[in-house]
Ligand binder design. Structure first.
Ligand code: NAD
Length: 254
């Protein structure tokens, strides 16, 4: 029997691509949920996430941060595996994901591309090797004009990797969107800047700048398909695993 997959956010940009990826992988698309009135291009729409969960073995979820807590509860209650791509998550959302992962397998990723996940791993190594007092870490991201959250989930993921490499908590050192009389940059800050425009799928750069040298890593996503194929790969990897919280590092073996 093929894997029965439901898509939360099925009418969205990611949801529509995911319907194609499910078919390409030979899995069964059971349908999805979306905001009332959205055009789901003929896919079966369920009344709510609980009804979708009851029909699925796994749910791929690219919706809006406001849905994360109810989705965590519904999927944990139904014992359904959860691949979560939604970004803009709060600390309460993260806690709800952790709680769900006690009873179901969950793979949440701010970015499903192989290149970006390699960037997370490399940024952590760079941060561990380059002392925070000498190397200023700054993260720049640019996305399409429809994006509703900033900094991007991916930029935050890079920030978390840098913070992990330095053995600090990101919240203690994060400075986002400098404006006005900010004072001089402090040692150890991790700076974020967000640009918005046009239809840019996602560009991220992390730079470590010292007095005499700079090293940067840049990733450009050219097409959202990259995220959809990554999420589908994650779904196939996650199905049948024991409860727990997994990451793209586990899928990619990095
Ligand atoms: P979109 O606006 O095109 O689609 C959002 C979808 O969610 C729609 O189907 C909408 O109906 C649905 N939705 C919104 N609120 C809902 C609610 N309350 N209940 C049920 N359904 C609801 O957005 P998109 O570009 O497809 O992105 C969706 C999310 O995925 C965003 O958070 C985005 O940042 C994130 N994203 C993550 C990755 C990744 O690799 N992790 C890649 C791209 C986008």
């Amino acid at each position: 029997m093929t894997l029965r997959i439901g898509i939360a956010g099925i009418s969205g940009r990611m949801g529509q691509m995911l319907t194609e990826e499910v078919a390409a992988a030979g899995a069964t698309l059971v349908g999805g949920v979306c905001r009332p009135g959205d055009d789901a291009k003929g896919a079966k729409i369920y009344e709510d996430i609980a009804a979708l969960a009851a029909a699925s073995a796994l749910v791929i979820d690219f919706t809006h941060a406001s849905t994360v807590i109810p989705h965590a509860k519904a999927l944990a209650a139904a014992k359904i595996a959860w691949v979560l791509g939604t970004t803009g998550l709060s600390a309460q959302d993260e806690a709800a994901i952790d709680h769900a992962a006690l009873s179901i397998p969950v793979l949440a990723a701010p970015n499903f591309s192989a290149g970006v996940n390699l960037m997370f791993a490399l940024a952590e190594r760079m941060a561990a090797a380059l002392p925070a007092q000498a190397y200023d870490a700054e993260i720049l991201e640019m996305h399409h004009r429809q994006k509703v959250d900033a900094p991007s989930g991916t930029a935050l993921g890079i920030g978390l990797a840098v913070a992990a490499g330095r053995g600090v908590a990101l919240n203690d050192v994060m400075v986002s969107g400098r404006h006005g009389h900010t004072g001089a940059r402090k040692d150890g800050e991790i700076g974020f800047a967000s640009l918005r425009g046009g239809q840019i799928v996602g560009s991220h750069t992390v730079s470590f700048t010292a007095a005499n040298e700079q090293i940067s890593l840049t990733h450009h996503a050219f097409d959202r398909r990259n995220f959809a194929t990554g999420a589908m790969r994650a779904a196939l990897w996650l199905a049948g695993r024991p409860a727990g919280r997994y990451s793209m590092k586990d899928v990619l073996g990095i």
